[in-house]
Design a protein around this ligand. Sequence first.
Ligand code: TYD
Length: 239
Amino acid sequence: MKEITHELLSSFRAPAFPGSFFLSFEGIEGAGKSTQITRLKDYLEKEKNYRVLVLREPGGTPFGEKLRQAILETKTEISPLAEAHLFAASRSQLLTEVILKELSVPNTIIICDRYIDSSVVYQGHSRGLGVAEVLEIHNIFPLNLVPHLTFYLQIGVETSEKRQKIRNAPKDYFEARGIEFYKKLVVGYDLMHELFPHRILKLDAEGSLDSVSSAIIKAMENMINTNREGHKELLDDQE
Ligand code: TYD
């Protein structure tokens, strides 16, 4: 396995479009991503007057939706390397066709339901391809663009299982892999949090939906205010 170097980690950065933000949500099945994304979208639109777009991965473009079906509904095993490249292909199409264009419109917030961290955790760590290997696949523009902020909703494997039983939805290609795979996902997400501590905000999602929403909104407020301050300083400097 390749080494995770500082140079590799520092090649990832958030896109720079003044006044616009790129966010992602991560977590294992049952962490509550969909609910929190809907709540955050509502808040940002109604309270902060942002134009908010929610995208999902894999998917988000006609080509990406085809890849989504190809991967998640496959009846035969795909190699972790092939998986990583398929997800990266869907992601680069999404970046070119949607994310970069939409972020160039001021006052836009894009919320992605899963992004690069899913590839590192699922393909790199849990499927065994290697963390550095997956990061390296992304070490080319525009795949090296990462969200300004990633909300990692952390739950344990037991909570995930309980919530999945209540939902009783059919299991996809990854969900059917069982408890050992889920345990590796939790370790993988923790590792990503250690590698990108500033970008990834780890939130305890075992408790109430409201406590998680409050923490998300607080972090958003901070980010918006810090960005305004920075922008103001820039303007002041120019005067
Ligand atoms: P989805 O139905 O969107 O799952 P969830 O509701 O849990 O978000 O299916 C996406 C599945 O694909 C999920 O099991 C995680 C997996 N995945 C990867 O393995 N790598 C990736 O890069 C992405 C984006 C998703």
